[in-house]
Design a protein around this ligand. Structure first.
Ligand code: 13P
Length: 252
């Protein structure tokens, strides 16, 4: 049985005081309502250490939005997995479509980052997903196959089991155009079939696949009702306490 996993990707939003009070509110809501889900907050890197402190002794974990694949060295502006771990990070998002689109990330860099994260004991959230153009051309499965197969190249089963995949159709991110539950389920089932081919069915069944792209209180219940949708990676709706806590308490 896969435990549901809801993560908030704050992207490049909020200032320190807002970040603290949002995290504090989520921790308090979780303590009161005790939903049976794993929860992660992925703030800008400058707030990771403080938020790890705010979330200490709670069931909320902190994640970074990116890492570099090297452990140290002359890489101005970058952060290593060990540094993230050192300030209390548990998860790290890898290969988000915004990083692929604006910062030149490729399946190869995703693979290097994935290995680096696992090496230091971080739990990667690996993002995959097609653009609108790719969906319209009918190459969604081809693109997703490349993302998964190249992204997970040379990973052991043990390492693969520590990862989470986030299926985020690029056309649904920040647009209000959510994939329908059936559309999302179809791609999630396809991703799981790829994982079966790569790692066998036991490992594939244990890996959680989140859906991301305009997840809101109003659509989370139907998405989470699908058998291969194990959680959500939430952007905009994770920046305010009420919608995010409602998403965490989906179907309640
Ligand atoms: P939105 O929920 O704002 O569409 O963003 C999704 C996303 O990119 C999460 O990583």
């Amino acid at each position: 049985m896969r435990r549901p996993f809801i993560a908030g990707n704050w992207k490049m939003n909020l200032l320190a005081a807002e970040a603290n009070s949002l995290a504090d509110g989520i921790v308090k809501d979780m303590a009161k309502n005790t939903p049976q889900v794993d929860v992660a907050l992925c703030p800008p890197a400058t707030y990771l250490a403080t938020l790890a402190d705010v979330c200490r002794d709670s069931r909320v974990r902190v994640g970074a939005q990116n890492l570099h694949w090297e452990s140290s060295g002359a890489y101005t502006g970058e952060l290593s997995g060990q540094m993230l771990k050192d300030v209390g990070c548990f998860y790290v998002i890898i290969g988000h479509s915004e990083r692929r689109q604006y910062f030149g990330e490729t399946n190869e860099s995703v693979n290097r980052k994935l290995k680096a994260a696992l090496q230091v004991g971080l739990h990667p959230i690996v993002c995959v997903g097609e653009t609108l153009d790719e969906r319209q051309q009918g190459v969604t499965q081809k693109v997703i196959r490349q993302h998964v197969v190249a992204g997970y190249d040379e990973l052991s089963k043990e390492h693969a089991e520590k990862t989470v995949i986030a299926y985020e159709p690029v056309w649904a991110i920040g647009t209000g155009m959510t994939a329908t539950p059936d559309q999302a389920q179809e791609t999630h089932a396809f991703i799981r079939s790829l994982l079966v081919d790569l790692f066998g069915s036991q490992t594939a069944e244990s890996i959680r696949i989140q859906y991301g792209g305009s997840v809101k209180p109003g659509n989370v219940d139907d998405l989470m009702a699908k058998p291969d949708i194990d959680g959500a990676l939430v952007g905009g709706a994770s920046l305010k306490i009420d919608p995010f806590c409602r998403i965490i308490r989906f179907q309640s």
